[in-house]
Ligand binder design. Structure first.
Ligand code: NAD
Ligand code: UGA
Length: 463
């Protein structure tokens, strides 16, 4: 089947960059990204590519090249579905906040809405691709909805999970470790798989395109995220032991990472992992395991989350304890609010939870993040519903100048590993702070001995 038109429902952190790269690499294919969120689509269509809604290094150039040529952003979901041969579903699948599975299961209401809309609109055969991260066996539910439409249309459902990481999305999409495509073993299923393989083969070497059955593909995505998050919780668990024993977690990570069976990536101790997916996907995995009665499996993976919550908590506890057991009315400067560097995404960022703890202790938080707005910071805190919005607003402020954020502060907490923090004039910052001037480096980013030579009391994670 020659593919000339595809669309993607969901213009978020995955849908936007993924489709931009497909459009750039496949000029012969018309790619339309649709979303219900008109404001988001307007931002994707902003004449100035600097104003696209997602900050990812290199993305503006790709959007600038392909947009209007074969890349389109629109709110007309029906039209895009009707026209396309392949429909990617890349909508959000957050943790349920209500009802059965509350706080654990993935909320599939947006996925179901997409399936129903495709079922209603499609007048010819379609390949429907699960790009969102979904519980294993979701394709079954989607198929059941699609096959009961009465339009007499044939649907093939593929699972094609996305493995990009934010901050490196463009590089990850251009040079993926692998592309995973799960589909049916029937002849029609194999044809659908091949159609999608052919799209990726425009730039991905074929030996990196892996095809499996649908269930393996769905479960591989949850497994990959669980393994990645597990490494962080494992090294963070060791960081606490290092602090008690005089070992240094950076040295331990290096020593174990040189074992080729372990590998050196993803062993950076931190204030705890954030992001929209690790926690959500592991909770979902735990829920699935429990739903099959696999309690030991569920408990094993749940520990990754418990450890991560502990790591965030002990970071804020340590700040309070070190500042003579009180931070009441003390200014604490936060360098960074995003969940990692090179993104404007703050979902589940450790910074939110650390701020919440410190505000409970009546601290005044002053945030500087190069890509996150004051409104976003307040929205993130208000979402926790710990206190009134007015109380949050009077407890936290944000600055566009890092030196101002740090001025008169009792302590600085590094919450995101933005490169620019390393290059600051730390003497100038020290001179403007209350003494003793503390730095709590939640990312092991800064040069401790240099800061100590200036006069700071410097504390890193795991040493
Ligand atoms: P997102 O919230 O940034 O984007 C989802 C978009 O879908 C939103 O703009 C929303 O308005 C839109 N949407 C929801 N329902 C819709 C509907 N019925 N019709 C049209 N638009 C609709 O989410 P995201 O970060 O892009 O994640 C999407 C999926 O990809 C999730 O399942 C996530 O687990 C997975 N994933 C995310 C990442 C990541 O780094 N963020 C990486 C890999 C996989
Ligand atoms: C993660 C995975 O890396 C992607 O493969 C996956 O596609 C994505 O989740 C998803 O499914 O959403 P992402 O969350 O964007 O990507 O970013 P990561 O680089 O994985 O970082 C996640 C969190 O872990 C960040 O807060 C980061 O600072 C933290 N981290 C990462 C550490 O604390 N230590 C490390 O060694 C690595």
């Amino acid at each position: 089947m020659k593919i000339t038109k595809i669309c993607c429902i969901g213009a978020g952190y995955v849908g936007g960059p993924t489709m931009a790269v497909i459009a750039q690499k496949c000029p012969q294919i018309q790619v339309t990204v649709v979303d219900l969120n008109a404001e988001r689509i307007a931002a994707w269509n902003d004449e100035n590519v600097n104003n696209i809604p997602i900050y990812e290094p290199g993305l503006d150039a790709i959007v600038g090249e392909a947009r209007g040529r074969n890349l389109f952003f629109s709110t007309d979901v029906d039209k895009a579905i009707a026209e396309s041969q392949i429909i990617f579903i890349s909508v959000n699948t957050p943790t349920k906040t209500y009802g059965k599975g509350k706080g654990m299961a993935a909320d599939l209401k947006y996925i179901e809405l997409c399936a129903r809309q495709i079922a209603r609109v499609a007048k010819d055969n379609k390949i429907v691709v699960e790009k969102s991260t979904l519980p294993v066996r979701t394709a079954e539910a989607i198929k059941s909805i699609l096959d009961n439409t009465g339009n007499g249309v044939q649907f093939q459902i593929l699972s094609n999970p996305e493995f990009l990481a934010e901050g490196t999305a463009v590089q990850d999409l251009l040079n993926p470790d692998r592309i995973l495509i799960g589909g049916d073993a029937t002849e029609e299923g194999r044809k659908a798989i091949q159609a999608l393989v052919d799209v990726y083969a425009n730039w991905v070497p074929e030996d990196k395109i892996l095809t499996t059955n649908v269930w393996s593909s769905e479960l591989s995505k949850l497994t990959a995220n669980a393994f990645l998050a597990q490494r962080i919780s494992s090294i963070n668990a060791m960081s606490e032991l290092c602090e008690k024993t005089g070992a240094d977690v950076n040295e331990v990570a290096k020593a174990i990472g040189m074992d080729s069976r372990i590998g050196s990536k993803f062993l950076k101790a931190s204030v705890g992992f954030g992001g929209s997916c690790f926690q959500k996907d592991i909770l979902n995995l735990v829920y699935i395991a429990k739903s099959y009665g696999l309690n030991e499996v569920a408990d094993y993976w749940e520990q990754v989350i418990i450890m991560n919550d502990h790591q965030k908590k002990r970071f804020s506890n340590n700040i309070v304890q070190t500042l003579y057991n009180t931070v009441s009315d003390k200014k604490i400067a936060f360098l960074g609010w995003a969940f990692k560097k090179d993104t404007n995404d703050t979902r589940e960022s450790a910074a939110i939870y650390v701020a919440d703890d410190l505000i409970n202790e009546h601290a005044k938080i002053a945030v500087y993040d190069p890509k996150v707005s004051n409104k976003k910071i307040l929205d993130d805190l208000n979402y926790l519903e710990t206190r009134t919005a007015a109380n949050n607003a009077s407890s936290i402020s944000s600055f566009t100048d890092p030196y101002e954020a740090c001025q008169n502060a009792h302590a600085i907490a590094v919450l995101t590993e933005w490169d620019e923090f390393i290059t600051y004039d730390w003497q100038k910052i020290y001179d403007s702070m209350q003494k003793p001037a503390f730095v709590f480096d939640g990312r092991n980013l800064l040069n401790g001995p240099n800061l100590e030579a200036i006069g700071f009391v410097y504390q890193a994670v795991g040493s």
